[in-house]
Write a protein that binds this ligand. Structure first.
Ligand SMILES: [Ca+2]
Ligand SMILES: [Ca+2]
Length: 946
């Protein structure tokens, strides 16, 4: 088939760069027949399995890998069908980078210590190009385990490209050391200067300013040595087969592991994981099973809307709002080529539309005719779900990979009857709960099947139901076809008053662009004026109002919408005030340029008060982080009251890394128990927004010393910032983050239970004889509000400060008044009672206290060291000076560990490979089973849990 060939050519471009198309086409058949494509990956995973098994002291290994074959490939009999696996749930993504930003593997990880990461990203070039093996370890095997530990157990890197050196004092002698674990890794400090493949080297000198080694200085390890640790530092060293544990850990190293995990070793963190507590090791030198691989193929998306039309749907204008929202889904959201059916249910269920493939606009128009317009009767949720399955089976022999969108506003005591049965059907169930009385257990359908969860209140000016339907994405990772929400806003507009606004259409979107205006009282549209960036005007008469839905006006922009600001003015011409909303959706403008996308979510789905929660928004374009955007989160409670918070990417408070395109904030304003929903608005302005790079990349080893000889690797290929910044302009996005449930909030007023958050970016500078400390202010409640006062402590013992902060010497902070959260603080003082001589290190730490006398955890600990570098390596005129550098720290995060406990000791994860090209995107999903050995007293029958 034509599609298959197109696909395969693109897929194999990375394998045969620069070869003629014909040649590629002829090799494809061979490669497919031999399944050669997956060989490099299979080999890597198999080797990694053994390495992981030994590194975890005979506990964990990779048991099974599933590879998802893209929809457009020629089907083969051995391909199994996809069930609930999807790109969005993938653990590993293999994809070409957007804009060349190198082939360094990385894990997208932005939770606290011990929290799981989002995914590992490898480039095809990395997996297929042998030159990386010397740098990252054989065949990518060891780096895969390094990344896996980030992803699975939430441990952090033990090197630090931003702080590669620190000062250490041993028996009175101060030395500059490489940030590493263990500190026993031996090597030399070398400055390479390379011309092509030949490198000159010399020993590093000290920097006059920092007294650490000069910029460009590299720690080059001995290739042959005996240190077994650590995988999170330099997994590529041949002797490295372990994680740093309590005895080998280097707590002085200025790295992320120490900062995030409060100086705990990586192995201690792994031992605290649910994986570890649910298993025991076995007595064997190799994993009991060799990794197996299976190929799964996706099929056309099949979705059945299962909509509650029970009596309660008559209230609060629910049935009309459902119509409006489902209409947006059918006309604007669901992708062309998908199969869609509609079921309604009350005491019984009815098929209102059989499964149909969306091949034209006419089919979409036919489908909306099946949407319900009236309500009455009881609520039998299982009836609806089973009827939905019936609809899917009109096309497919089984339910594998199909989706049900289940909406209800009511309770149903019989719902549990079908929960267990539905679990293993292979269909993904997305749930939408509407109003405060929707069945509290409804989300179990989503939890069991990996579906999305949404909640909409009856508050009309929050667009909750429309956002829920707009958020039902396929999870296929095929970004070029997915709908993108540019705007979703609503407000109550008084008689004859206006609702005005601007929506920016950026160059990455513009196809299939819809402007939708809804209103909730009048049966005729308000007066609409919409102006495109070139001044072309669209008026009410240009919008379409369907006979079936008299409260929605829709404008579809032909072709690609003009890039720039679209301005709108909408006047309420009704005789009373009403809620008017503006919703704008679009799709990628071209297959070649990935659009800016947003993923918003909370750190967990269910929260027990008084644990805080964290809101995250990932803003990216083709794997590159988008920096400098304004990200506003709205969290709405069941009863409709909403809190708005600005998310920050500044590396303070809940945000663990600055400038990684992950915008974060703590959420503590719990107004009661029940469901909450999250929505984010993102605005990127041309002047401030830019693309960044992925951080937390695996260590690029500069070279090795072999038999006394320095052998440098080729320097890391650097990409100029101009290249990755050039293409981003102003943009607008809206994303729903789904719903979550809060429990145990006491009834009646809530007293303050949240202390200021831990300060993680404390820095110290010597200014003459004074110490200058700076940090980002925490708030009254974690990173929100304003603290009341600070306690600053000083000690010559790092451990004393960390373990018994209260007993250390206080610094007088009476003149120091905390600023609002997120503001930079600055404080100068003269240390007393400290004799400063060469080799003295003084440590500082801060705690913040709020007006309810709640105290934050101890900040990261900074060091100020007096250190005279050895004479021979100093420039002649160098005076003796005091130097500083920071030792970051972080306390244990309360109750933020993954709640995802292993069932019967076995766990499953997913890997996805995608290869994007200029014509069409290719997706391969792979899933890996991590088999975790059972405790001896348990049965040894591995089960899969997807
Ligand atoms: Ca961040
Ligand atoms: Ca507080």
């Amino acid at each position: 088939s034509f599609y298959a060939v197109t696909y395969l050519v693109l897929l194999y471009v990375p394998l045969f760069p620069g070869k003629a198309k014909l040649l590629i086409a002829s090799t494809i058949q061979f490669l497919i027949n031999k399944s050669f494509l997956f060989f490099p990956y299979q080999a890597m995973v198999k080797e990694a399995s053994t390495y992981l098994f030994n590194a975890t002291k005979q506990r964990f290994f990779f048991k099974a890998v599933k590879i998802l074959i893209p929809l457009h490939w020629l089907p083969k009999p051995e391909y199994l069908s996809v069930k609930t696996e999807s790109y969005d749930k993938a653990d590993v993504i293999v994809a070409n980078p957007y804009l060349k930003h190198g082939d360094d593997p990385y894990t997208l990880q932005y939770g606290g210590c011990g929290e799981k990461g989002r995914y590992i990203h490898f480039t095809p070039n990395f997996l297929l190009n042998d030159t990386f093996h010397n740098i990252y370890g054989s065949r990518g095997t060891k780096v895969f385990v390094h990344e896996w530990a980030h992803l699975r157990w939430g441990v952090f890197d033990e090197y630090n490209n931003d702080a590669p050196f620190y000062v250490s004092v041993n028996s009175g002698n101060a030395n500059v050391e490489a940030t590493r674990c263990s500190a026993d890794v031996t090597g030399k400090y070398i400055v390479p200067s390379c011309m092509g493949n030949s490198c000159m080297t010399r020993e590093c000198k000290y920097d006059q300013q920092t007294k650490l080694y000069e910029a460009g200085c590299k720690f080059v390890p001995e290739k042959t040595q005996n240190v077994p640790a650590s995988i999170m530092y330099m997994q590529s060293l041949p002797s490295v087969v372990e994680f740093c544990d309590q005895s080998t850990h280097n707590e002085k190293a200025t790295n992320m592991q120490n900062k995030m995990c409060n100086y705990k070793s990586t192995w201690e963190v792994i031992m605290n994981s649910p994986d570890f507590t649910n298993t025991s090791s076995i007595n064997s030198t190799s994993p009991p099973f060799e990794t197996t691989f299976s190929l799964l193929q996706t099929k056309d998306r099949a979705v059945c809307l299962v909509l509650d039309v029970s009596g309660s749907m008559d209230g609060y204008n629910r049935i009309n709002r459902l119509y409006q929202a489902a209409e947006i889904f059918l006309l604007q959201i669901i992708e062309m080529g998908s199969w869609v059916g509609i079921v309604t249910f009350q005491s019984t269920a009815q098929i209102t539309c059989n499964l149909r493939q969306i091949v034209s606009e006419n089919v979409r128009q036919d489908l909306i005719k099946c949407l319900p317009t009236s309500a009455g009767g009881g609520t039998k949720i299982c009836e609806g779900v089973y009827k939905g399955f019936e609809v899917i089976k009109q096309k497919y022999s089984n339910l594998d990979g199909s989706e049900i969108v289940l909406l209800t506003d009511g309770e149903d005591r019989t719902m549990s009857n079908c929960l267990t049965d539905v679990k293993n059907k292979g269909s993904i169930i997305h749930t939408i709960t509407l109003g405060p009385s929707a069945a509290p257990e409804l989300e179990q359908f989503s939890d069991m099947t990996g579906g999305l969860k949404f909640h909409a209140t009856d508050k009309v000016d929050s667009n909750g139901l429309i956002d829920a339907f707009s958020g039902i994405s396929s999870g296929s990772g095929n970004i070029s076809e997915q709908p993108i929400q540019l705007e979703s806003t609503a407000q109550s507009v008084a008689v004859k008053q206006w609702m005005n606004g601007t929506v920016t259409v950026d160059s990455t979107v513009g196809k299939d662009t819809f402007f939708v205006v809804t209103w909730d009282r009048s049966t005729s549209p308000p007066d609409i004026l919409l102006k495109d960036p070139k001044g072309k005007e669209y008026r009410t008469s240009n919008f379409t109002v369907s006979n079936l839905n008299l409260q929605t006006a829709r404008l579809n922009i032909a072709g690609t919408a003009e890039v720039g600001n679209w301005l709108y003015w909408i006047q309420n011409n009704h005789t009373e005030s009403q809620v008017i909303s503006m919703i704008v959706t679009s799709r990628a403008a071209s297959l070649a340029v990935p659009p800016v996308t947003v993923k918003a979510h909370m750190n967990k789905d269910t929260n027990n008060f008084p644990n805080p929660m964290v809101i995250y928004a990932e803003v990216s374009q083709g794997f590159l982080p988008v920096l400098g955007a304004t990200v506003m989160a709205t969290i709405e409670q069941e009863t409709g009251s909403a809190v708005e918070l600005k998310l920050l990417d500044d590396g303070s408070g809940a945000d663990i890394t600055k400038n990684d395109g992950i915008y974060s904030k703590y959420f503590t304003s719990f107004k009661g128990n029940g469901r909450y929903n999250l929505k984010v608005h993102i605005q990127g302005r041309n002047q401030t927004v830019r693309l960044g790079r992925r951080q937390s990349r695996a260590l690029y080893v500069p070279g090795y010393i072999e038999n006394g000889e320095i052998k440098m690797n080729a320097p890391r290929p650097e990409v100029s910032d101009d290249e990755i910044q050039a293409k981003l302009g102003s943009f607008n996005r809206v994303a729903t983050g789904g719903s979550f449930v809060v429990k145990n909030v006491p009834s009646g007023g809530i007293t303050d239970v949240f202390p200021p958050c831990k300060i993680t970016d404390l820095e110290a500078q010597f200014e003459e004889d004074k110490i200058h400390l700076s940090w980002t202010a925490p708030g009254n409640d974690l990173d929100v509000g304003q603290a009341d006062r600070y306690i600053i402590k000083v000690s010559e013992s790092f451990l004393d400060l960390r373990n018994t902060f209260e007993n250390a010497t206080s610094v007088n902070t009476s003149s120091l008044v905390p600023k609002p959260a997120g503001t930079k603080e600055s404080f100068q003082f003269k240390p007393e009672n400290v004799t400063i001589e060469n080799g003295t290190i003084i440590y500082f730490a801060v705690r913040a206290i709020d007006n309810a006398s709640l105290t934050s955890e101890v900040s990261n600990i900074v060091q100020a060291a007096l250190f005279v570098p050895p004479k021979e390596s100093l420039p002649d005129t160098l005076p003796t000076e005091v130097i500083t550098n920071s030792v970051p720290t972080q306390g244990s995060l309360p109750d933020t560990l993954p709640t995802d406990v292993i069932n019967d000791g076995v766990n499953v994860s997913i890997i996805v490979l995608i290869v994007t090209g200029s014509v069409i995107a290719v997706l391969i999903a792979v899933s890996i089973t991590v088999c975790i050995l059972h405790k001896k007293n348990r049965k040894v029958g591995p089960e899969l849990r997807m």
